[in-house]
Ligand binder design. Sequence first.
Ligand code: FE2
Length: 426
Amino acid sequence: MFDLIVKGGTLPDGRVADIGITGARVTAIGNLQEADAGEVIDVSGDLVSPPFVDPHFHLDATLSYGTPRVNASGTLLEGIGLWGELKEIVTQEEMVSRALEYCDWAASMGLLAIRSHVDTCDDRLLGVAAMLEVRDKVKGYIDLQLVAFPQDGFYRDPTARDNTMRALDMGVDVVGGIPHFERTMADGAASVRELCELAAARGLPVDMHCDETDDPHSRHIETLAYEAQRLGLQGRVAGSHLTSMHSMDNYYVSKLLPLMAEAGVAAIPNPLINIMLQGRHDTFPKRRGLTRVKEMQAQGITVGWGQDCVLDPWYSLGTADMLDVAFMGLHVAQMSHPDEMRRCFDMVTTQNARILGLEGYGLHVGAQASLVVLDAGDPVEALRLRPARLAVVSKGRVIAKTPRQDASLALPGRPATIRRRHRQGG
Ligand code: FE2
């Protein structure tokens, strides 16, 4: 007897199967009898995937776009300055309210696990307190990991070091950093070393904003890989952005990537933000500023697409849809082969779950019963259409539904209703 059967869906690997759910766990996969279920959702012909996962976000800043003003230059540095202005006036209640609204959007999109950086450069630690409150409020349906992120520099900001320690003491999950924003390259490297030692001592993962610049000589990822290897942190360290790698010398990168693979360091490019912010100082040709995704994957490095920003000082758009993120990523990284497009879907689901170390993730017996049903036949079609999330199940409960978005036509001799699906299964 199951509490819920999700019937007849197509899994990302192409298998057609019923999914039986009891409590918050998947308890059977195969050909199941409807009579054995309290509730049945018929999803014949639709794609059923494990939920989307975002490995890089800023929940303390989200939905603040335009407050107190917009980013006129469109650069990362003006965005950081603007966020500094906003921090002076924002209240904890506003941050909680905006973050919860974003989590509603995420839940409706089947985005059920988020790693969010939270700024620790505020002596009051309002953002940390707000995000801990949000983590607790959403834990029934979204797994939220928080990263202690010294936005204004672990050393460059006079109290960031102490405040980052306080944030970790308050229960923040991951150690962050921003070495390219320290005063010197040497300070940046020293910050990577100290933060990795801090993570090793506390048994925490590391996820740093790293080399988010067009400077081909910004090489903090090398230090991050070295420290991960030296301290035995393999599999627990991620470098976010890594945009400088786009501009690095090719010979240097041919040495760097095997070092990253050896150190078990994952990479998190954020294609919507990277393509928007990088190359702003170029005339033409203008660099794309996205890191070397396919080349890292060829070396066995885990790479996941992150969203980074939605409606905040750095980015004026966004919908909490990880398919938008993957769609941009596959264009900028030129991952157009069907195998590469399927890999892009895998990056915003399974690969991101691996980076976050999520327990019980996936669609197999014993997994956590969380999934999303999409109005698409397979992962490639999902990327092309970025379609309605027909149903979202989190920890055994149906938490969101969206109707199909078919269009009505009024054209003589043509069908009255069209769907944009190319291959309709079932
Ligand atoms: Fe970020």
